[in-house]
Design a protein around this ligand. Structure first.
Ligand code: FAQ
Length: 318
């Protein structure tokens, strides 16, 4: 085929790919896909996986200090779930032709991002409530929308992950609700956690739609079904009501119900802080990556043992 014909065939493939996703059909690993679609998904899914795994750190910090055995059991189960979510997502990304080692190398060298939110410290037990309620709450809003994303393995991983996240969100809300029924000091602690986690949680949805460079492709290829701002608004509308029920105040003087739009108007996010954090200069970025590298190195013997066992089994059955 000459160059012109090859280009025509390529255009035709792209056209039928876009028509196919346009009809709401799922793309599977062996289907043809444009390179841009593949690399877009590798970036997003691997960053999502890294977020789940790095997200274990702020909560892991409180396992030994949970205030009861019940609270400790629940927290342990939640953190284990987050590790599991990371694994489904790494597996989904691997179907696109990147290895787990490459993804981890990109994380550890700062080439791949993970959610801004996990660069903030968990200072008190109320922070564990705020993470479950606000961070998992924000993650659910985003992930429910991703259940209908066009890439089959990603969308299927989201279905299972959302079921588990809704349990996580409730455990966080329960912690906050109980603290708000407690002593003045406990109520103050809950409000302080709310004040520190609210704005970074809103940042989780990414930049405003007009400043989101990846959104155009994401919509064209049905990777995203709702925009960053639409999902952020959805999260705000439902969370304000939950805060009111337990007596917490949202730390935003501009927050106001808008009769006309049927949504809450809200104050502006500090985007300088967002970009500073996602570029690696948040309060704990360096510590989070250093801890990941340490844990990864200390776990090398487990990977070697698993590899050796796999080879032994292969020899036995070949
Ligand atoms: N943090 O053009 P856009 C969880 C980057 S899971 C850091 O709008 P896109 C569970 C973005 O990567 C939480 N970076 O990008 C849990 C891009 O930079 P790049 C994770 C961010 O992809 C709970 C640049 O800004 N969830 O929490 C962030 O269209 C508790 C331009 O942005 C997911 O990852 C951010 N928040 O939209 C675990 C969901 N936002 O890559 C443990 C899947 C944007 O060019 C404990 N991801 N950036 O270098 C998505 O839906 C999308 O990727 C968005 C961003 C919405 C995050």
């Amino acid at each position: 085929m000459n160059n012109e014909n090859t280009a025509l065939a390529q255009d035709e493939r792209l056209r039928s790919f876009e028509e196919y996703v346009g009809e709401g059909k799922a793309i599977e690993p062996r289907d043809w896909m444009p390179e841009g679609y593949r690399s877009h998904l590798i970036r997003q899914i691997s960053q999502h996986a890294h977020s789940e795994v790095i997200g274990m750190q702020p909560e892991g910090n409180w396992i030994t200090r949970a205030p009861s055995i019940r609270a400790k059991q629940i927290l342990l189960a939640k953190i284990q779930d987050e590790g599991g979510h990371g694994l489904y997502l790494y597996s989904a990304a691997e179907t696109l032709g990147i290895s787990r080692e490459e993804m981890l190398e990109q994380l550890q060298t700062g080439k791949a991002k993970y959610s801004n939110i996990f660069n903030y410290p968990s200072l008190t037990w109320a922070d564990i409530g705020a993470i479950g309620w606000l961070v998992d709450g924000a993650a659910i809003v985003n992930q429910v929308s991703l259940q209908r994303t066009s890439y089959g393995p990603y969308s299927r991983a989201m279905v299972r992950i959302c079921k588990e996240e809704s349990f996580h969100q409730r455990q966080g809300y329960e912690i906050m609700a109980n603290m708000m029924k407690g002593t003045p000091e406990q109520r103050e602690m809950a409000q302080d956690a709310m004040n520190r986690w609210w704005w970074p949680s809103l940042m989780m949805f990414g930049p405003h739609d007009g400043d989101s460079p990846h959104s155009a492709d994401a919509f064209r290829w049905k990777i995203k079904r709702h925009s960053n701002d639409e999902l952020r608004q959805k999260f705000i509308d439902k969370t304000v009501q939950q805060a009111e029920v337990i007596g917490l105040t949202i730390p935003d003087a501009d927050l106001k119900w808008n009769e006309e739009t049927g949504h809450y108007d809200h104050g502006e996010i500090n985007w300088d802080e967002f970009y500073r954090v996602i570029k690696g200069n948040g309060p704990l970025n360096k510590q989070r990556i250093a801890h990941h590298i340490k844990a990864h190195e200390e776990g090398a013997w487990v990977r070697e043992a698993a590899q050796a066992y796999k080879q032994k089994q292969a020899q036995k059955y070949n």
